[in-house]
Design a protein around this ligand. Sequence first.
Ligand code: MG
Ligand code: ZN
Length: 220
Amino acid sequence: MKLSLQKKILEENDKIAEENKAIFSKHGILAINMMSSPGAGKTTLLEKTLTDLKDKFKFAVIEGDLATNLDMERINKCNVPVVQINTGRGCHLNSKMINNVLSEFNLKNVDIMFIENVGNLVCPAGYSLGEDKRVVLISTPEGHDKPGKYPVILSSADLMVINKLDLMPYVDFDIDKAMFYATQVNNEIEIINVSCKTKDGIQKWYEWVIGALMEKRKDA
Ligand code: MG
Ligand code: ZN
């Protein structure tokens, strides 16, 4: 009984995700689902990206959190349209939540939409939002074993970003091991190592985002 209910929820989610996908495609928008555990630096990476690239591309952001508008307020300071979704007890975003807020944006005026998921390395993996790309952030204080311990989210990701490289001298994080675990569960995953603090590697991330947008426009 319980399994079939879960199956029904996921089927319903996939259906609305397809609707979202069609809406994004109609407007030529690249949608990126950003996933990580709490505190890995999703919002900080977005702040850097929006600040550095907003003269070249038009961005929009959906922020997912259990509570507060704190991340929305941070994105607001970058002068980028942003909507906050508060999930209450919900530990992931679903396609319906995204569908409900899309009308709050002027979609004709968006090149790239970032969707910052609720901080959680487990169930966001199961819920498609209609995105084009999935990015998983792992930060060095979390430990290099995380890509191995959360294989489901890694297996569905297009890119793993290892963040907080600047903390490497203070934590026991073996970058080769982290990359090994990630490629073991997903041999097609791309990997970029960054520090949002020193901006080390950040250019590679920008190139990846821009490359994904070009790819989407080529397919359109
Ligand atoms: Mg955040
Ligand atoms: Zn969940």
